[in-house]
Design a protein around this ligand. Structure first.
Ligand code: ADP
Length: 590
C-alpha cells in the first residue's frame, strides 16, 4: 500500500479487526491518522539489507526450517519479512515504527501467527530444534519501548495477538476477566459495555490500543486505583522456553474456580519471573476489574459486593459462634460431656448466655476513617446485612464488656497485636491445633459446599467443627481449625485422617489450600497437578538450578531437590505418615 493510499484508507473498527478502533473513537482516530500523515516528509523506505537471517543459522537451513513451520501451522500463518518495511503503517509487527537506530537494524526475519497455546508450544519446540531465536509480542504496540521489534536482529516474531484474541471470561460477580494476548484495552472496554456491565471498570493506559497482557507483563501503568496492572493480574498460562505449558496460582489445580480471584495458589509464587523477562510466553492471563466507584450495589452473597467495593474495608471474619464460645478459654466439658461432636443447640445455648447472644455465625468487620464517614458506611452495611432473616447487629460500645473477645478482634483490625485468639486451644486437654484452609470465590453456594464437606468429615471422625471464613477482596479462605489432644495418639490420627480426607474432597470439587502444615505439603502440592504436574516440574527445575546440593529446606511446599527425589520422602497416608525416605543421593561434583 502506498503512503497516500494508506493515509486515506479507513481505520479498521474493532468489529473488523482485533487491533481496530471502537466505534466511539473512529472519528478521533481518523483525525489523528490524518495529522500524522500531514506532517510527514519521509519517503517510503527501500529495503537495503535483505534477507535478514538470525546469526547462528545457515540461510538454506533457515528457509528449510521456515518451510517446516509452515507445514505445522499452515502456510498462511508464517510470513517471511522480505518486503519493504511499511513506515507509517499503524502497528507493524516486523520492526519498531518508532526506530531510534537505523530503521532496518531491529527487524524480524519472519512473523508467525499461532492460533492456540498448543501452536505456541509447537513454535517453541521448532525454535529449539533449529536454534532460531523467537520473540513474542501480544500486539506490538509497546511504542516508545521498542514496539514489535525483536532485540536480536532476524528473530522470528511470534505475533500472538492476531489469532489469539479472545476474551475467555468476564465475571460480573467477581469483577475479573480471563484474556488471550490479542485483547486490547479497547476490546475489553467494548465487551464490558456491550454486556451492560456498568458496574465494572477497567484501568487503561494513556493510549488504549495495546493489549492488556503485553502492557501488564511489561509492568505498564494506568490511572485509576488499579493502575498497577501487574499487581492487579491473577493467574497466568505460560509456555516455557523448553515447550512445557504451566498455569500459575490456582490454575495448577484442575477444575478450580479461583484462578482469577486468588493470585497465589500453593507453593512459590512464580508469576513475578514472567514479567519484564524472557522466561516464558504468556498465553492467558486473569485480570481483576475495578468496581464502578459511582456506587452500584446489589450473609456471603451480601458481603461480596460490599467487600469488593471496599465498603467492608478489612479482611473480615465470618466465624461460627462455637469459636466465640471456645475463645472464652473454658474446656468443652464445661458445656458438653457427651461423645461425638458437640451438638449445635448446646453451642447456641452457650452463646445465648454471652453478650453475642443466640446465633450460629458472627461477622466481625471494621469501618475505618473519620466518625461521619464510618457512620455512613456502617449504615449501608447495617441495611444490607439486615436483609438476612434473623440478622442482628451487636452494638459493641453498649453491649460488650472490656474482656469480651470482640475487643481482641477490634485491636487486631486496628493493627494492635493481641494473643486472645489462641484461648480456644484449651477446648480439650493438651490442646493443639492444625488447620484446613481452602480458598473459594465469595459465594454462598461455595461457602455451603465447603462447610458441608468439612461437617461430614468432622462428624465421621468425631471432631468439633471450628470454621471461620476470612473474606479477601475477591476470594475467601475457609479456615477450619481442628483442636485435638496432642497426648492422645488416637485423636492425633483422627485429626490427620480428617485433614487428608478434606484435602482430597476439596480438590475433587476444585478447591485448593492456600497454605498447609508441613506433613500435608506433599498431598496439597499434589492437588496442584494441572497438565501432568507441570508446575511442580517447573518448581523442581528452579530448585535444582538455585540449590544444586539440595540443602535448603528439602520438601517444603512439596518441592524435593534432585538428591531426595524418587526415594520415598513424600508423606502420604499410603506411606504410613513416615517422615523419612530412603537416603539421599550423592552431592553433585562442584
Ligand atoms: P502491547 O500488546 O501493549 O502492544 P507488546 O506486544 O508490544 O505490548 O509487548 C510489550 C513487551 O512485552 C514486549 O517486549 C514483548 O516481548 C513482551 N510481551 C508481550 N506479550 C507477551 C507475552 N504474551 N508473553 C511474553 N512476553 C510478552
Amino acid at each position: 500500500m502506498s503512503f497516500s493510499e494508506e493515509a486515506t484508507s479507513s481505520v479498521p473498527l474493532l468489529s473488523e479487526k482485533h487491533s481496530g478502533i471502537p466505534d466511539f473513537l473512529l472519528e478521533k482516530a481518523k483525525e489523528a491518522k490524518a495529522e500524522v500523515f500531514n506532517t510527514r516528509t519521509k519517503p517510503q523506505s527501500q529495503r537495503n539489507r535483505l534477507p535478514v537471517i538470525p546469526q547462528g543459522v545457515e540461510e538454506s537451513a533457515f528457509f528449510k526450517a521456515i518451510d517446516e513451520l509452515r507445514e505445522q501451522l499452515g502456510s498462511d500463518h508464517v510470513e517471511v519479512n522480505d518486503k519493504p518495511l511499511k513506515d507509517g503503517c499503524v502497528n507493524p509487527n516486523t520492526h519498531d515504527m518508532m526506530y531510534v537506530l537505523d530503521e532496518e537494524e531491529l527487524v524480524a526475519s519472519a512473523v508467525v501467527y499461532p492460533s492456540s497455546t498448543e501452536e505456541v508450544q509447537k513454535v517453541v519446540l521448532w525454535a529449539n530444534k533449529h536454534g532460531i531465536p523467537i520473540f513474542p509480542i501480544s500486539m506490538g504496540r509497546n511504542l516508545g519501548y521498542g514496539g514489535a521489534a525483536p532485540r536480536v536482529r532476524g528473530s522470528v516474531v511470534i505475533d500472538l495477538g492476531k489469532r489469539m484474541n479472545k476474551i475467555l471470561d468476564i465475571s460480573p460477580e467477581d469483577y475479573t476477566c480471563l484474556l488471550e494476548p490479542g485483547v486490547s484495552f479497547f476490546a475489553l472496554y467494548d465487551a464490558i459495555k456491550a454486556k451492560g456491565y456498568d458496574h465494572l471498570w477497567i484501568d487503561v493506559p494513556d493510549v488504549g490500543g495495546g493489549s492488556v497482557i503485553g502492557n501488564t507483563v511489561d509492568r505498564g501503568v494506568g490511572y485509576t486505583p488499579y493502575g498497577d496492572h501487574w499487581a492487579c493480574h491473577s493467574g497466568l498460562e505460560v509456555v516455557l522456553p523448553t515447550g512445557e505449558i504451566i498455569r500459575t496460582g490456582m490454575g495448577a489445580l484442575p477444575n478450580n474456580n479461583t484462578w482469577q480471584t486468588f493470585p497465589y495458589g500453593f507453593g512459590p509464587y512464580s508469576d513475578g519471573i514472567f514479567s519484564q523477562s524472557n522466561f516464558g510466553i504468556v498465553t492467558k492471563m486473569g485480570m481483576t476489574l475495578m468496581p464502578n466507584p459511582g456506587g452500584y450495589e446489589a450473609f456471603i452473597e451480601i458481603i461480596r459486593p460490599l467487600r469488593i467495593s471496599n465498603i467492608l474495608e478489612n479482611v473480615a471474619q465470618l466465624r461460627h459462634v462455637i469459636q466465640t464460645i471456645a475463645v472464652r478459654g473454658q474446656p468443652r466439658s464445661t458445656y458438653y460431656t457427651g461423645s461425638g461432636p458437640i451438638p449445635l443447640d448446646v453451642v447456641r445455648r452457650a452463646a445465648a448466655a454471652t453478650p453475642v447472644g443466640d446465633c450460629a455465625w458472627a461477622y466481625y468487620g471494621t469501618a475505618y476513617g473519620p466518625p461521619h464517614i464510618r457512620q455512613h458506611k456502617l449504615a449501608i452495611i447495617d441495611a444490607e446485612f439486615k436483609r438476612v432473616a434473623g440478622a442482628r447487629r451487636v452494638d459493641a460500645e453498649v453491649d460488650m464488656p472490656a474482656d469480651e473477645y470482640f475487643w481482641a478482634r477490634d485491636r487486631v483490625a486496628a493493627g494492635v497485636p493481641d494473643i486472645h485468639e489462641l484461648r480456644w486451644v484449651n477446648w480439650v486437654p493438651n490442646g493443639a491445633h492444625v488447620a484446613f484452609s481452602p480458598v473459594s470465590p465469595i459465594r454462598g453456594a461455595d461457602a455451603e459446599r465447603l462447610f458441608q464437606l468439612a461437617r461430614r468429615r468432622h462428624d465421621e471422625f468425631g471432631i468439633d467443627l471450628f470454621p471461620a471464613f476470612c473474606v479477601g477482596l475477591r476470594e475467601m479462605h475457609l479456615i477450619v481449625e481442628i483442636v485435638f489432644d496432642r497426648a492422645d495418639p488416637e485423636r492425633r490420627a483422627a485429626a490427620m485422617a480428617c485433614l487428608r480426607a478434606m484435602i482430597d474432597d476439596a480438590a475433587a470439587c476444585g478447591y485448593g489450600e492456600y497454605r498447609t502444615h508441613l506433613v500435608l505439603m506433599d498431598q496439597v502440592a499434589g492437588t496442584y497437578n494441572w497438565n501432568d504436574g507441570a508446575l511442580m516440574k517447573f518448581n523442581e527445575k528452579l530448585k535444582d538450578a538455585l540449590d544444586p546440593n539440595g540443602i535448603l529446606a528439602p520438601g517444603r511446599c512439596g518441592i524435593w531437590p534432585r538428591r531426595y527425589r524418587n526415594r520415598g520422602w513424600e508423606m502420604t497416608k499410603a506411606s504410613g505418615e513416615r517422615s523419612e525416605g530412603n537416603g539421599v543421593g550423592p552431592l553433585p561434583p562442584p
